[in-house]
Structures are given as C-alpha cells and as structure tokens.
Design a protein around this ligand. Structure first.
Ligand code: IDP
Ligand code: MG
Length: 151
C-alpha cells in the first residue's frame, strides 16, 4: 500500500468551542506523521473550490458560510489546516473522524464526541478529513503550497 497524504481542517465550530487541542490530541494519537500545519484565510473562492463537488446540494450555501466561520463569528475567516502522512492515512483518519452526520457517528470518533446538529438543522461536525485518494490529492494541493509540506 502506497504512502498517502490527507487534509484535515479544524472547523469553525470546534475553534469557537476551544476544541482544537482535544481534536489534535486524537489526530496525534493515530501515530501518523504531521507534515503540514497552518492557519488559512478561507476566501469565498477557496471554500467554493474545496466543496465544489457539493455545489448542487441544498445545504451548499450554508456550508460555505459555515466553513468560512460566518456562523461562529470567526475573525478573518481563519481555519487551522493540517496534513498527515502515512500508509492508508486517508481511510484511517476517516475512521478516527467518524460519520458525516454527528448523530450517527460512533461515540469514540471525533465527530461522535464533539459534533452536533443545531436546532436549525445545521451539521456542526467539527472537522474535515479528505474522503478518498482523489479528494485528498486535490485538497492538499488546494490548501498547501509544495514547500509548506515538510517531508
Ligand atoms: P464529509 O465531511 O464526511 O466528507 P461530505 O458529504 O463530503 O461529508 O459533506 C461535506 C460537509 O457538508 C459535511 O462535513 C457537513 O459539514 C456538510 N454536510 C453534508 N451533508 C449534510 C447534510 O445532510 N446537512 C447539512 N450539512 C451537510
Ligand atoms: Mg467529503
């Protein structure tokens, strides 16, 4: 199995609720190598490109607002972006992250522990993790310059 890289984003709900450290603790305990980390200003353009596959979903416009921190009062639309590397890291991180719907996520996953659905029906699932090899390659390139990955 080839060595892969995957993109993780600590979403604005997690940042607002001071869950960043707890979430990184879970990621770090995976044993995978951290090869990229930075705060990113999530422009409208970056958000739309990142979630372009979902552009026809009814929740798309709210998703763009969510990832840009507009529901959580995040100044400058900033988000913490991480890249982890290792064998099967994409699917292994997805297991640690848990299902998209935080109500369905297993309680010992990150989303199962910290995610919620608001009374307005917005998913607040605290973290993004690339879904598959194709997405991971696209996303790592979209969020990081080559020289920002230290490997
Ligand atoms: P993923 O984040 O588990 O890969 P995707 O289907 O790629 O899930 O969706 C991206 C993001 O869009 C989710 O993490 C979540 O924030 C949001 N989302 C997905 N499905 C729904 C939904 O049914 N209602 C509201 N938000 C959703
Ligand atoms: Mg996805």
């Amino acid at each position: 199995m080839a060595i892969e890289k995957t993109l993780l984003l600590i979403k604005p709900d997690a940042a607002k609720r001071k869950l960043t450290g707890l979430i990184i603790d879970r990621l770090e305990n995976s044993g995978f190598e951290l090869v990229g980390a930075k705060l990113v200003r999530v422009t409208e353009e970056l958000a739309r490109e990142h979630y372009s596959a979902l552009k026809d979903q009814p929740f798309f416009e709210n998703l763009i607002k969510y990832i840009r921190g507009e529901f959580h009062g995040i100044k400058n639309n900033k988000i913490l972006a991480l890249v982890y590397k290792g064998e099967n890291v994409i699917s292994e991180m997805r297991k640690i992250v848990g299902k998209t719907n935080p109500e369905e996520a297993d309680p010992d996953t990150i989303r199962g522990s910290f995610g919620r659905i608001t009374t307005k029906g917005q998913f607040e699932n605290v973290i993004h993790a690339s879904g598959n090899k194709e997405d991971a390659e696209k996303e790592v390139k979209l969020w990081f310059k080559e020289e920002e990955i230290i490997e």
